[in-house]
Design a protein around this ligand. Structure first.
Ligand code: 0O2
Ligand code: 0O2
Length: 222
């Protein structure tokens, strides 16, 4: 029977839209409460039909089993400034009642052979459809801006070489991945410096409440 793709993909479209709003909502709540915002930006996509077909062929997933066996038809990506933010976001998602994490893969501690780093979650997310509730699998990739830069470039090169990189290019990409990670580590070190300075500053003013942090000029005026 010919598959009606619009009908099949509709709950996935709905999942991506709803999760984008919810994940961007987390960002907004941090901003509004003057806390360090662990999310820089959020993107999402439904996997294009030709990619679904190519992957199902490669992984030998029968089309009737796509709902259960292809976990990235709905895909969300959360970009963070710092590596620590990634683990903070994972913890926030673990505590949520509106989605259930079913798979966790830490490709930061365990980077891939290509040099790829990111934290992957697969969640079960319930969407409301005419027939009632439907459970949809969605993949959430959480990465720093620097990991995202590397993955985006590597992904486009993958198209060019169809995954079959010349040895020299793979080696260069692996070195670039390490350089990207070093950048993350340097930024984390600077971040500790900044936070220490903020703590010293607020203690000096007789308050330890970082959420009430104001810039020196504002404090002097008040
Ligand atoms: P903000 O936080 O105010 O900047 P839509 O599907 O229409 O809901 P959109 O926004 O059209 O989503 O596209 P997409 O690709 O999902 O992008 C989501 C957000 O990520 C957008 O911000 C983009 O500006 C932002 N974005 C995408 N790529 C980059 C990037 O490389 N760097 C940065 N800093 N931001 C990026 P918003 O929605 O305007 O929200
Ligand atoms: P897309 O939409 O082109 O990004 P799965 O593929 O999820 O069934 P697997 O392989 O165990 O099973 O999943 P994994 O490795 O946790 O996640 C796969 C996704 O992670 C890929 O999606 C990429 O988005 C990303 N990814 C994994 N390894 C690499 C890598 O070496 N380089 C880059 N740039 N991205 C990587 P797809 O399937 O490629 O789809």
């Amino acid at each position: 029977m010919e598959r009606n793709w619009d009908l099949f993909l509709a709950p996935y479209e709905q999942t991506v839209s709803e999760l984008k709003v919810k994940l961007r909502g987390i960002r907004k709540q941090f901003r509004e409460t003057n806390q360090h915002v662990p999310i820089e930006f959020v993107t999402g996509r439904v996997k294009p039909i030709d990619s679904i077909l190519a992957k199902s062929k490669l992984r030998k997933i029968p089309l009737e089993r796509l709902d259960e066996e292809m976990s990235d038809i709905a895909g969300l990506r959360i970009m963070c400034q710092f590596v620590d933010d990634i683990y903070h976001v994972v913890q926030l998602l673990r505590n949520r009642k509106d989605m259930k994490i079913v798979i966790e893969r830490d490709y930061i501690e365990n980077k891939k052979a290509s040099g790829y780093r990111s934290y992957h979650l697969v969640v079960e997310y319930p969407v409301q459809v005419l027939e009632g509730e439907k459970m949809i699998l969605a993949e959430i990739q959480i990465r720093t801006l620097s990991m995202n830069f590397w993955a985006t470039i590597e992904h486009s090169l993958n198209y060019k070489y169809q995954g079959d990189f010349p040895v020299e290019i793979s080696e260069r990409l692996r070195r670039a991945a390490e350089a990207a990670y070093q950048l993350d580590e340097e930024m984390s070190n600077i971040r500790v410096e900044i936070q220490e300075a903020q703590r010293l500053f607020s203690h000096g003013k007789g308050t330890s409440d970082d959420t009430n942090y104001q810039s020196p000029s504002e404090n002097e005026v008040n």
